[in-house]
Design a protein around this ligand. Structure first.
Ligand code: HEM
Length: 118
């Protein structure tokens, strides 16, 4: 998927995604507030997650995504909110229709694993 989407489009997607998250009334307050740094890490991670270079692990070690999310209270509602923001960002950056649904499905598979609160 990384080769199909390309570095530039993926970076645009992540920046657009966090522009939604940073304005979201439920999501925004649980983030540290350094949106550039959060987006930077997410670009590294998604590059790797979608089959591109393993830059995330080179810099930050094993992804351990669920463990890294434990300090943040994540409910199922926030997981839905996260996916909504991602879907809107995909529309905004005009991601190809052929890749949109498979990418969203790939993300859905992991998003609910981050839920750590009732
Ligand atoms: C970090 C929230 C789902 C990937 C974070 C942080 C928060 C957060 C608050 C800390 C930001 C920071 O350290 O700058 C959420 C919420 C989610 C969610 C509410 C909804 C379920 C996901 C998913 C992925 C993901 C599905 C991957 C596909 C990351 C990455 C980081 C991160 C790569 C940076 C980890 C690091 O410090 O190396 N997330 N997240 N998150 N999140 Fe999520």
């Amino acid at each position: 998927m990384y080769d199909y989407i390309g570095k530039e489009k993926l970076e645009e997607l992540v920046d657009t995604f966090y522009s939604y998250v940073s304005k979201h009334e439920r999501l925004s307050p649980i983030f540290p507030g350094d949106w550039e740094e959060t987006a930077r890490k997410q670009k590294l991670f998604l590059t790797q997650f979608l089959g591109g270079p393993q830059y995330y692990s080179m810099e930050r070690g094993h992804p351990r995504m669920r463990a890294r999310h434990l300090p943040f209270p994540i409910t199922i509602e926030l997981a839905h909110d996260w996916l909504d923001c991602m879907g809107k960002a995909m529309d905004d950056v005009d991601l190809d229709e052929e890749i949109k649904e498979p990418l969203l499905q790939h993300l859905r598979n992991v998003t609910y694993h981050m839920v750590n609160q009732e």
